[in-house]
Design a protein. Structure first.
Lengths: 328, 328
DNA sequence: CTGTTAGCGCGTTCAG
DNA sequence: CTGAACGCGCTAACAG
């Protein structure tokens, strides 16, 4: 079932069908009705794939490139429910506009981006890794195809960003902790994402603002598995590295840390810098800071409609104070 | 950057480049090397979109249709971590074979399927709803494009299925509960998916096998929100509907039920028919039955490679016995 | 308002 | 082993 079949059934040319499909006003109401009826009855949907072909790199005479009906979504960790939520929201948003989503999870961002660039209207890159300052494949791609970074940041023309204000979250949190006379805050970093490095940045900023120096022993990269976290914490205790509060780059990591510390009998404030149902369910309930996911998704979809002006949107974060902060 | 650019840079025709791209042996080693070098250096990736066009419905002379490099993935609830895991696994598997994923989350399955059918090599439909016996859009689509149902089942040519054996899980579970002299098992159904109706089917089977009749008051459809579950359970108690164990179609639902029952002081066995980190973290820890997700994903990917012979694969399930079963 | 036609980027014949 | 030419389904110019 293609555009030719529909055209034939209606006794019109494919161009007219195409116009109806694309809401081009230059079709008489009567013809439009008739064609829509046939389309509906035949349950016809134009091929998202073919739609992309023609318009690819074609730049219309006016100078502006015609939008492609497909958008590339790059997300290397769909396992993270926050990322999955963003993907789902983006897909729904685009589908409602008649566009479709090409999904990639390629961990090699350079390959993934170049595979998508030029073939899609835009690329949404969710939870990207922290990146070297210049000479960035991301930036190169963005010259060809608008890029929307979610939970990531890079300042370059053609690149938009929407992200939770994790840096701000960490700063405020650390101020609160310092006020409680706790000065040695352990920071467990469970990834290499941009968000993670923002958190570390916030950590350093907060210490600097308080006139304290960061003990590098307290900022630790760990693999995000319960076992690794456990051995990591154990090693710290054996080495007599002291700390009086724990920040974790995400809530799953925080849960692991919580279990590990429970075994040692240590009762410290533990905070996850991402929230989750599991954190809420844990006992004692895990305190987490996070932005409203729906707000993040809404902002992403909105920015998707106005990619021409590259902007950096920060979604405010708030602390969901639960047992591991209140009672510790 | 397209195949022509590469061809030109190499001083060959696009056909030769295409052959290299597709591992066609009919290229001299020297030429191949040279072309690969250029491809690599230019960081060129063939357009996944364009690749799909030509081969669409084309049936090669041999009789077998040429496989399309894109696969459609339909998943209406990416929010469910199990579904997200399957999507991620499928994407990775296909990417490693040079294929790409067109993602749809359209809740209107008929539209979604017809949009994909004929334009992709296959459609993976994750967690589909329970369906009427005949006259099924799914079956119609499958005549054109092979269909792989994950967590769903329909017996039709061209349709493969891979799913957790939830029916078996429920049957065994109920037998265990009955042995404990608990006869009024509440079944909370939090969805309309095929998996849910399989669970209900298992419930009925188990009761029948035990020579008991099902009290329809005990099989209840609820909306899967904490509030709805809470009011639902309250209403039951007010109406003096008694029950001495609770089965829930998924672990989030089970968590809600657990909280609601905790408030009433009732201490009953509660089991979720899906597992999750949150269930493990809850206290008391929630007992759940589930299959190994990795096994499910592996089976899906494997079946994806052999879609020609439609088959129904059941992944065994096992009980993760925790507090809400052991101590109740 | 409508039809005709030229590509979009690629895989695939079929001739060399 | 290689190249020229066609077609995939669709959109956008252009011509009526």
């Amino acid at each position: 079932m293609n555009i030719y079949d529909i055209a034939e059934k209606c006794g019109v040319s494919i161009a007219t069908v195409s116009r109806v499909l694309n809401n081009n006003p230059n079709v008489s109401a009567a013809t439009r009705e008739r064609i829509l009826a046939v389309i509906n009855e035949a349950n016809y949907t134009p091929s998202a794939i073919a739609r992309n072909l023609g318009n690819g790199s074609a730049v219309s005479v006016g100078g502006s490139a015609t939008p492609l009906p497909a958008v590339g979504v790059l997300c290397t960790d769909l396992t993270d429910p926050r990322n999955a939520a963003v993907v789902a929201a983006v897909e729904t948003h685009l589908r409602n506009k008649g566009k479709s989503v090409l999904l990639s999870g390629d961990p090699c961002e350079e390959k993934a981006l170049s595979a998508l660039a030029g073939h899609v209207e835009a690329i949404v890159y969710i939870d990207p890794p922290a990146r070297p300052k210049a000479d960035d494949p991301v930036i190169a791609v963005a010259t060809a195809t608008p890029l929307l970074l979610v939970e990531g940041y890079v300042n370059a023309p053609g690149v938009s960003c929407v992200r939770a204000d994790v840096r701000g979250a960490v700063i405020e949190l650390i101020q609160q902790i310092l006020r409680r006379q706790r000065r040695r805050i352990l920071m467990l970093v469970g990834g290499k994402t941009c968000a993670c490095s923002e958190m570390v940045g916030g950590y350093e900023d907060a210490y600097a603002a308080a006139g304290l120096t960061v003990d590098p022993e307290l900022v630790i990269a760990v693999e995000n598995t319960p076992e690794q976290v456990n051995t990591c914490l154990k090693r710290l205790l054996i080495n007599r590295v002291t700390f009086d509060a724990v920040l974790c780059t995400d809530s799953v990591l925080a849960l692991s840390a919580q279990k590990a510390l429970q075994r040692t009998g240590l009762n410290l404030p533990i905070i996850g810098l991402t929230d989750s149902l599991a954190a809420r369910c844990s006992s004692p309930a895990l305190t987490c800071a996070d932005c409203d996911i729906d707000a993040l998704c809404r902002a992403v979809c909105q920015r998707l409609d106005t990619l021409s002006q590259a902007e950096d949107t920060l979604i405010p974060t708030h602390l969901n104070e639960r047992d591991t902060f209140r009672h510790a």
